[in-house]
Design a binder for this molecule. Structure first.
Ligand code: HEC
Length: 125
């Protein structure tokens, strides 16, 4: 092997290792919300997404911008609802489970994002 070929092979090896060890980047919560949640919860998070306004949902999606309602739900409840869907928290099964689509980290970030949308904190944990 020539010297430059050896260097090149080494470089490819280093790049492969770097790629293999690079942590998967979690999408920012706002991006995930726009991809997965707005069709029901609305672009403003107010529960008026197209599936709702078109009459497609028998149960109204939660209004994530309602501080009073959202402060009654603990962060843990929000996490469970997103991960396991409505079924997991005795709410409507029209709320899908996202635990197989989103990572636990992405779901934690969505919980923080919901707290931004409602401009509220959980009144009890
Ligand atoms: C197909 C429509 C639909 C999509 C998509 C959807 N939701 Fe929902 N979601 C609902 C409905 C309907 C409810 C109301 C359930 C109830 O009140 O019984 C709900 C309720 C919730 C609740 C409150 C649960 C509770 O117990 O009150 C949270 C939190 C939530 N959704 C978060 C999200 C997030 C975050 C996403 C995106 C990752 C999302 N939803 C995507 C329909 C949807």
């Amino acid at each position: 092997m020539t010297k430059s070929a050896t260097v090149l092979a080494g470089l490819i090896g280093v790049l492969a290792i770097a790629a293999g060890f690079a942590p998967a980047r979690a999408a920012p919560a706002e991006e995930n919300y726009r991809l997965y949640c707005v069709q029901c919860h609305g672009t403003l998070g107010n529960g008026e997404g197209i599936n709702q306004t078109s009459g497609g949902l028998a149960v109204s999606p939660r209004n994530h911008a309602n501080a009073k309602q959202m402060s009654e739900l603990s962060d843990d409840h929000l996490r469970q609802a997103i991960t396991g869907g409505g079924d997991a928290v005795d709410s409507s099964e029209l709320m899908p489970a996202w635990g197989k689509t989103l990572t636990a980290e992405e779901i934690d970030e969505l919980v923080l994002y919901l707290r931004e949308l409602c401009r509220c904190e959980a009144s009890r944990q």
